[in-house]
Design a protein around this ligand. Sequence first.
Ligand code: TPP
Ligand code: MG
Length: 422
Amino acid sequence: MLCVFVCSCAQEWCAGRSDVSPALWVYVGPGAARHDAAHLVTAHLPMTCSALLAHLRTQPPTSPSQSQYTQLLTALSKTAHEEITSALSTLPTLTEPHVARHVTDLLPRGHAMYLGNSMPIRDADMYAQVRGGSGDVLSSAVRTGANRGASGIDGVLSTAAGFAEGVGRPTTLVIGDLSFQHDVNGLSLLRAGETRPPLTVVLINNNGGGIFSFLPIAGAVATDQFEPLWGTPQHTDFEGICRSYGLPYQRVSDLGQLQRALESAWGLNRHSVVEVVTQRNTNVHWHRYIQGRVSESVSQLHRWVQVAPPQLPVLSVSWVPYALPLTRPLTSTANGTTRHGLVVRVRVQCGGSVYEGVGEVAPLPGLHTESVGDCVAQLCMVRDALLRHPVPLSVGLLGGRMEAYLSHVTCGGVDVMYPSVR
Ligand SMILES: Cc1ncc(C[n+]2csc(CCOP(=O)(O)OP(=O)(O)O)c2C)c(N)n1
Ligand SMILES: [Mg+2]
């Protein structure tokens, strides 16, 4: 629901009605003054109502799904998300982007989230798992809070405890180690508040202010100056602190441990802390690596979109079997004097033109476990999926995208493609 209100009495009327909970509150009124006593406004249109109505009347009734620009942005955004997923799966160690992705991915439905300042909120902005499909985004959205505090990293534990109480649901806070220490006595709210919705604190311990390594100063001064003045490592014993407040505590340093610890913390149904140990000295490197990959694939897709629409309808998928006599024996362990396979043709519509691609599916006995018959069965599923769902141009960027697309459109029917079909 979109709620547009034009005077403060309408706002009061809405705020007092528990049956009204719009996804957006838009305040329409001339001037930049803030009329938002109940802190509800999500957008302010600084114009008169008559100007707004005149503007709306001149707009063509375009739904977002019809706009080419929206399609392009959606395709680019999806590509960025896929590239992040692919890049994260290749990193050799647990990084802070992993934490952002996995906490948001695994967060149980109905739970809320609170983001600490410095890198946690930035990482969530860049790497969080996007929930819900088109049209479903708001309904499946996670209630999320954040707070500038007085300067940023202060008071975050206490605010998160209050937020959990306010939203009345289990809440997960992601917070940096310096921010955690800044408000360490906020833990007393957790010790005393077992009747409140549980707060799971994911404490990212990179032993200092990780954000400062992103600043130019990090490359401009020697480490022995940077560390005491910007990095400010505290070497704190967080386990000891949590135990002194009587809080369940877990410490993790790899991805498998993180997933298990989160699930166990959420299953406790009480306040607890999960300390995630990360490396401040390599954090910037991994951020730049992921961003480099994203930038490359988004630019590539953007170039392709200049000549083709973001989605290509497939017109036909067909194949013909062949059996060719071999002049020499196979070099694989299998015997045989004939090579069996399929020549596959795929025709796609691109603008006013039709393009045809030709490929081959030829499982090699002794190397592949699948038979030609298995491949035909899988090709039938692939063909049906391709004919029903236009193929996103981004599958051409490879990196497992074709499989992910097929898995999605066949609802997991083609989760793993045979190597010879792939
Ligand atoms: C009250 C307050 N003091 C100091 C700062 C300056 N400051 C901004 S980010 C930051 C480091 C935060 O470190 P941490 O919470 O560990 O997060 P990380 O940068 O490691 O993600 C500091 C000191 C601030 N924003 N607010
Ligand atoms: Mg830190």
